[in-house]
Design a protein around this ligand. Structure first.
Ligand code: GLN
Length: 483
């Protein structure tokens, strides 16, 4: 039963082949058995899950239907969950029980989804390897010595290991797409403003966006349907109608113009990944797409701009964790300054402290113009590059990551080496565009992802291309040995 996708689960439940309660019990047992190898969960919510599963079964018995009604999922541990620990992967929030549900959590619960637990993540969503969590590193089910990607690495590892069919993630610079690529999943970062950020603990507010990780584009469509929509509680949420994403899956790709940026294939990209990306291009060409080389000339400036803007926003967002209002408080503070210093010094890990310092520096009076303002100008140039490209093509295609999953511990001493892994994903966040990563093959037994980017609010187009690709390839069906 653990091999079923969300779409298959919905059919099984509708046909009364099994109940949500049965399925939930099977998956909870599987998590108890296998997760010790992966460390993909921070908290399990068995009681809530069984209660939600039973309620979903009653709703179905009363004639209700819906693709998410009775479907088991999990939430990245930065979505607030009423009465349940919401740690953000940090000692700072180890004892924080959220007093309310995030909009995404509430919407999925209302659609009947069953929450199995809260997944592990890089501390405050900072990272590309899921090694910076207070709760320990997450392992990649394809090779337990390798990272699963980050920061939504717990969600990715759990779904890839078939512990459950889908989970939520957030993507500030690639944290849905990159772990999806490294664990052979399909992951979608929606347009900025498409999914509410209310109750989603902020890392960099102008870049953060919630979205789904699942095995197929079809399942991402189901999840996005449950997550998307205007939320008056989030001032950056956009009041655009939500289309029927599942209905968009079956469009023909005949004449679809796919742009392949020449800058994506420069040094730094593993040549074996380049070859797999070219193969996926050929596959889409067979389905009728027309390929065109394009240019995104400002791409080389994206990493420096992102690693000024994201830490700047983080330094501001994380100032609220001061040992007074909520979260960790140090023992026996001497005075107020000591309380602030030690609570933050003891509550935050190294990477978080590094970013707070970089961000505070970039925002300080003497350096604001030189760093922050300049980074914002680059951000606009990057957006303009995309706007120009999308006058010529419908989709932009390239690698999701320059390398497959690396060995745990090998990039810890060199943060810049880890930052460079984000080169293909962060531009979509800087521009606010939707992006999707889908399985495209393997290098040394480790999965490789191909990334698709589309104009604002064209999530349906991304899902359509990915679904058609998945109807004609079987990379996404491969299962890691032992799971
Ligand atoms: N790896 C990027 C970072 O460390 C992106 C993280 C994310 O998307 N949350 O900032």
């Amino acid at each position: 039963m653990h091999q079923l996708t969300l779409a298959e689960i919905a059919r099984g439940l509708a046909d009364k082949k099994f109940s949500s309660e049965e399925l939930t019990k099977v998956l909870l047992a599987r998590i108890a058995q296998l997760d010790p190898q992966l460390n993909s969960f921070i908290s399990l919510t068995e009681d809530l899950a069984l209660q939600q599963a039973k309620a979903a079964d009653v709703r179905r018995a009363n004639g209700e239907s819906g693709a998410l009604l009775g479907a088991p999922i999990a939430h990245k541990d930065l979505f607030c969950t009423l009465g349940i620990r919401t740690s953000c992967g940090s000692k700072m929030l180890d004892n924080f029980k959220a007093p309310y549900d995030a909009t995404v959590v509430a919407k999925l619960a209302a659609a009947g989804a069953v929450t199995l637990g809260k997944t592990n993540m890089d501390e405050f969503a900072m990272g590309s390897a899921n090694e910076s969590s207070y709760y320990g590193a997450v392992k990649n089910p394809w090779n337990l010595e390798h990272v699963p990607g980050g920061s939504s690495g717990g969600s990715a590892a759990a779904v890839a290991a078939r512990l459950l069919p889908a989970a939520t993630g957030t993507d500030t610079g690639g944290s849905i797409r990159q772990p999806a690529a490294l664990t052979n999943l399909t992951g979608l970062k929606p347009t900025y403003g498409r999914v509410s950020r209310w109750g989603m603990i902020a890392y960099a507010s102008s870049l953060d966006q919630g979205g789904p990780l699942a095995r197929t584009a079809e399942d991402c469509a189901i999840m996005l349907q449950g997550m998307a929509g205007f939320d008056p509680q989030d001032s950056t949420s956009i009041d655009e109608p939500v289309p029927d994403y599942s209905a968009s899956l079956n469009g023909s790709l005949k004449g679809l113009r796919i742009g392949v940026p020449k800058e994506y294939f420069s040094e730094g990209l593993d040549p074996r990944i380049a070859e797999l990306i070219h193969n996926s291009v050929k596959e889409l060409e067979k389905l009728g797409a027309v390929i065109k080389e394009i240019s995104l000339p400002n791409m080389q400036h994206a990493i420096p701009a992102y690693y000024v803007i994201a830490p700047a926003e983080a330094s501001s967002n994380l100032s609220r964790f001061d040992g007074v209002r909520f979260g960790y408080r140090c023992e026996n503070p001497k005075d107020l300054t000591d309380l602030y210093k030690r609570s933050r010094g003891e509550g935050f890990g190294t990477e978080v402290q590094r970013r707070i310092m970089v961000g505070a520096y970039a925002l300080s009076a003497g350096y604001y113009d030189a760093y922050y303002l300049k980074a914002q100008k680059i951000r606009r140039l990057i957006k303009n590059d995309f706007m120009a490209a999308f006058t010529e093509v419908d989709i932009i295609l390239g690698p999701t990551t320059p390398n497959p999953a690396w060995k745990i511990g090998t990039k810890n001493d060199d943060p810049v080496a880890a930052y460079l892994e984000d080169v293909y994903t962060i531009t979509a966040n800087l521009a606010g565009l939707p992006g999707l990563s889908m399985p495209a093959g393997f290098v040394d037994g480790l999965p490789v992802g191909v990334q698709l980017l589309a104009p604002y609010f064209q999530e349906g187009r991304l899902l359509n291309v990915a679904h058609q690709y998945q109807l004609n390839t079987d990379w996404h069906t491969r299962t890691p040995t032992g799971f």
